[in-house]
Design a protein around this ligand. Structure first.
Ligand SMILES: [Cu+2]
Length: 641
């Protein structure tokens, strides 16, 4: 069974275990209060429930062992806390409670059944099982002392209170004492549980250190810029004006936010070596904006992250971005202010850097997939998007490149039917040794890009996105949709040698856990048990090679996106990868990815999940270079996620 299935099964099981033990304890207690014959019947029902509870509890053990095979990250809190809390009292209940549940009715001569002996072990087992549910909600990896102590305090208090209340003589004072114990335990749990409350932003610590400001890490000014040859580069100037717009789809109009009145924004198409200068103007009422160059590894000061590399650009204001376009490939840009709202509403566009030497393809088109609400659309070469079937007419025999950009917050499965094709580039980088695929489908991460190349056949070609026919080349009739297996992108292309050594190792365990986010405890998307801004900032030194291990303990897919760097994929689930570079990689539930990041672009960088709603729910943090500081602050007008 896959790790993802085991995670889901375990979540069902720990709720069932808690319900089974609560029912067993409840029915046993009822049996003690009934007269002899009825009490005997009820106690036998409790014994049957006990057997069922034992079975579901035992089922957790093979599931936990299966998860342990995928890594200790998946089971640490289960092995150290959740399972002992239910298994040990369950064993005690087998020795103490079960024989008494099965005993004949207590007649006049028989000994009276003691509630402490019959019900107490069952109640403690039930509390342990409920504590197991709590572990699943409040504790991630690593297991923190605070989280563990909070769960243990509540478990212990419930047990102590029950012991007293099950005693032979009860006075009103006992109840007050019991209530006092409960309140005290809750207070202890909330206080020590401060382990998951984090405290202060680590990012703030770093910002106060001495060093070079991210503000100085900017692209070259047009007047000062000389290329590697010393020659003045060509300057390409663009203006992006954020403004409201209406997108007209076949299914009805959309009130959108746009760059220059169009969604997607204009395709910025430049040549390798150009100096790109983009003036952002904000004419969007009540909404600040920035421009982030997704996948293009600009100097840090041009990265467009409010509160980190600049202040958000308020309505009426402007901001200028400059960078040398040295890396050919397919990229995109989008606002990074309130991005979970702004990008889905349309504040994005496409960036293509053509190589200095011409490509072999005579046909070159850029496709943006974007979903407005529940309406998936496709835009070809920056034209208005359609939620119907887009069409392209291409000369048969022409070598063709389709640059497919997933601007959504969820992955998409692509199919290209009607012609064999190759994945010529992934996230802007060429794929060495790309091989022909025929009828195979592709999984494209949120924010990711594939350049697909093929020779136009005499018949039609169909690109599907999800279950939907998206683009028809040379109709009128469509060929069958590609329905082949999904390519494992981590194993595609020719293998290249991994880095010989690593200077630093970082592990990011992704989960959905109760954590402090925006000053309140909430169910957050967490990294190592913490949510923004409490996730510790990994600090690297320029020139270091860092091995990053990303573990997904949760049930959501997380497209991880470190800014300013492409990472080389080393392995997925322990299987060595070919070593492709990506800037957004989809870590599915239960998966473990290892990637290498070479620290070659000094700055203060955002790293986050590109399911932008997850970023807004806490899954964002920084990667900082030693000695780089920022004068900007989060909060106020700056809200990146
Ligand atoms: Cu995510």
């Amino acid at each position: 069974m896959s790790t993802a299935r085991l995670i889901a099964l375990d979540q069902i099981l720990f709720v069932l275990v808690a319900a089974a033990w609560a029912a067993t304890a409840g029915v046993a207690l009822a049996g003690l209060r009934q007269p002899a014959a009825a009490g005997r019947r009820t106690r036998l029902i409790a014994a049957a429930l006990w057997a069922a509870a034992i079975v579901v509890t035992a089922l957790r053990i093979p599931v936990t062992l299966g998860l342990a095979r995928a890594g200790w990250w998946f089971v640490a809190e289960k092995v150290t806390l959740a399972l002992p809390l239910v298994v040990l009292p369950a064993l005690a209940s087998a020795a103490v409670s079960l024989p008494r549940l099965l005993r004949a009715p207590s007649g006049s001569g028989a000994p009276v059944l003691s509630p402490r002996l019959v019900a107490f072990p069952l109640l403690v087992t039930a509390y342990g099982a409920v504590a197991g549910v709590a572990c699943g909600v409040v504790i991630s990896y690593p297991v923190t002392g605070g989280g563990a102590a909070a769960v243990l305090a509540l478990f212990a208090a419930a047990s102590v209170v029950s012991w007293r209340l099950l005693g032979p003589v009860r006075t009103p004072g006992d109840r007050w004492q019991a209530a006092g114990t409960g309140v005290l335990a809750l207070a202890v749990a909330l206080t020590v549980g401060g382990g998951w409350s984090g405290g202060h932003p680590h990012f703030g610590d770093h910002a106060r250190a001495q060093g070079i400001s991210v503000d100085l890490l900017r692209g070259p000014a047009a007047s000062a810029a000389g290329g590697p040859s010393g020659a003045k580069p060509r300057v390409r100037r663009f203006t992006l004006t954020a403004q409201p717009a209406t997108v007209r789809l076949a299914s009805g109009p959309i009130d959108a936010w746009s760059f220059n009145g169009q969604v997607p924004g204009p395709v910025l198409r430049v040549r390798q070596g150009d100096l790109v200068e983009v003036t952002l103007r904000n004419r969007l009422p009540g909404q600040a904006v920035t421009v982030h160059w997704h996948g293009y590894d600009v100097p840090s000061g041009e990265d467009g992250v409010p509160g980190v590399t600049q202040n958000a650009v308020a309505p009426g204001q402007t901001h200028v971005y400059r960078f040398r376009a040295e890396d050919p490939g397919t990229y995109w840009y989008h606002s990074h202010q309130n991005s979970s709202i702004a990008v889905p509403r349309g504040l994005f566009g496409l960036l293509v850097v053509d190589p200095a030497a011409p490509l072999p393809e005579s046909e070159d088109h850029v496709l943006a997939l974007h979903t407005f609400g529940t309406r998936p659309t496709l835009s070809v070469d920056g034209a208005a998007p359609t939620d119907g079937l887009a069409r392209l007419a291409l000369p048969p025999g022409a070598r063709t490149r389709l640059r497919v950009v997933n601007t959504d917050t969820r992955p998409v499965v692509l199919g290209l039917g009607g012609a064999p094709y190759r994945i010529a580039a992934v996230d802007g980088g060429d794929v060495p040794g790309a091989t022909d695929l025929d009828g195979a489908r592709l999984h494209l991460a949120a924010g990711g890009r594939y350049d697909l190349t093929f020779t136009v056949p005499s018949g039609p070609v169909l690109l599907t996105a999800g279950d939907r026919p998206a683009l028809l080349v040379n109709g009128p009739s469509a060929p069958p949709a590609a329905a082949g297996p999904i390519v494992d992108i981590t194993r595609y292309g020719a293998a290249t040698a991994p880095p010989a050594r690593f200077d630093q190792e970082v592990t990011w365990v992704l989960d959905k856990t109760l954590a402090m986010a925006d000053g309140l405890p909430r169910l957050a998307q967490t990294v190592n048990g913490k949510a923004w801004p409490n996730i510790p900032t990994p600090v690297v030194r320029q020139g270091q090679t860092v091995r990053i291990r990303v573990v997904n303990r949760g049930t959501d897919t997380h497209p991880m996106h470190p800014h300013g760097h492409h990472v080389r994929i080393l392995s997925r689930n322990g299987v060595p990868a070919t070593g492709l570079s990506m800037d957004t990689f989809d870590v599915a539930p239960g998966e473990v990815w290892e990637v290498a990041l070479v620290a070659d672009n000094p700055g203060m960088w955002m790293s986050h999940c590109h399911d932008l709603a997850h970023a807004a729910q806490g899954m964002e943090f920084h990667l900082a270079y030693e000695g780089v500081t920022t004068p900007y602050e989060m909060g106020g007008g700056n809200h990146p996620a």
